[in-house]
Design a protein around this ligand. Structure first.
Ligand SMILES: *Cc1c(COP(=O)(O)O)cnc(C)c1O
Length: 369
């Protein structure tokens, strides 16, 4: 049976092989007589699942030894508070606002930092461009600088992480990589902390991944809940409280799936990056070559994961969505704050899904142009 292609921005498609494995393990994981959701998080079965997932993620993303990987709860929005509670030292923090998510993040940080400076913004271009790091105006002595490296709603992505050291900035870089984690390699030499919810590109909602440089631990504000204090979470191998065991298990299956992926000489996340570039290029080309659809994001910062696009004639939106659904192309409706359409092309979306979308778009255009 061919499953439909699911273009949801999140929670999003999960590779069928991963879902099949989870279904097979549901009642009895590896002959132990229990499903994963029924296991103690401190039992040897779950500890082995946890350790494998952690080491696979470390390998896939080439996370250096001096970074801790934390499996937490709360999602990206909770991290908007947890990061300043842990890293702000109640002092000044800097934000670059490039769309809805970084906008949310800087608002939340105001509860915890003494001063929040938006040191650059893409607002003047309606978030269709990224402000050039050469013109950012970092605050002196800021505790950290936050960016969202892929704006899920506006469809802008940093294709290269800013090199703060080269800009003369000592503050660690915090990245919200919720919606493109594991879609491409990460240059950890430029990062202090990365966080992301799992439900876009890793697995089910409920798991949040935090990768944090060790020297940033141990500065939490006293109001920070213990379960959200990175140092405490790290000291307990993410088991200070009960971690999201099902999410960790599902993420682990996805990491195994990622490790099996090959694209020419490349494997794992490097293979995904090649595939993601090809998938995004196919859709952007189809949009750009038509007079019927439009994407306004500047070419050098177009997201490979989330591609918003509009019909010039918006009165045809409902017909477009209904026709797509009838062809098994699901969840293409744009975010309510932006409108139009949005195709999310996470790792689990095969090239064939994008080809099916593009051929439907051409057909719809021919019928209605
Ligand atoms: C989805 C998303 C979030 C929010 O995640 P929640 O799990 O809903 O809290 C934060 N940042 C980005 C970039 C996202 O795409």
């Amino acid at each position: 049976m061919q499953r439909p292609y699911n273009f949801s921005a999140g929670p999003a498609a999960i590779p069928a092989e991963v879902l099949e494995q989870a279904a097979a393990d549901m009642l009895d994981w590896h002959g132990c007589g229990m499903g994963v959701m029924e296991m103690s998080h401190r039992g040897k079965e779950f500890i082995s699942i946890y350790e494998q997932a952690e080491s696979d993620l470390r390998e896939l993303l080439a996370v250096p030894e001096h970074f801790k990987i934390l499996f937490m709860q709360g999602g990206g929005l909770a991290e908007n508070a947890i990061v300043p509670m842990n890293l702000s030292r109640a002092a000044t923090v800097d934000f670059v606002v490039t769309g809805s998510w970084s906008q949310n993040s800087q608002k939340e940080a105001r509860k915890y930092a003494s001063e929040v400076n938006v040191i650059a913004s893409g607002k003047d271009s309606h978030f269709t461009t990224l402000p050039d790091p050469a013109y950012w105006q970092p605050s002196r002595g800021a505790s950290y600088l936050h960016i969202c490296t892929n704006e899920t709603i506006h469809g802008v992505e940093f294709h290269e992480l800013p090199d703060l050291k080269a800009l003369g900035v000592d503050a660690p870089l915090v990245i919200d990589f919720s919606s493109h984690v594991a879609s491409r390699p990460v240059d950890w030499s430029r990062v202090g902390l990365a966080f992301g919810g799992a439900q876009k590109n890793i697995g089910p909602a409920g798991l949040t991944i935090v990768v944090v440089r060790e020297d940033l631990l141990g500065h939490a504000l006293t109001i920070c809940p213990s379960a959200f204090d990175y140092k405490i979470v790290a000291e307990h191998q993410s088991m200070y409280n009960t971690p999201p065991t099902w999410g960790i298990y599902m993420a682990g299956l996805t990491f195994q799936w990622l490790k099996r992926q090959r694209e020419g000489e490349a494997s794992g996340v490097a293979a995904m990056e090649l595939r993601n570039i090809a998938k995004a290029q196919l859709l952007y080309n189809a949009i750009d070559q038509s007079g019927f659809y439009v994407n306004k994001v500047a070419a050098n910062c177009r997201s490979r994961m989330n591609i918003p696009f509009f019909l010039h004639d918006e009165s045809r939106n409902d017909a477009f969505l209904a026709g797509a659904k009838a062809r098994g192309l699901l969840q293409l409706k744009g975010h309510k704050s932006v409108g139009g359409m949005r195709a999310s092309l996470y790792n689990a979306m095969p090239l064939e899904g994008v080809q099916a979308l593009v051929s439907y778009m051409r057909e719809f255009e021919q019928q209605h142009a």
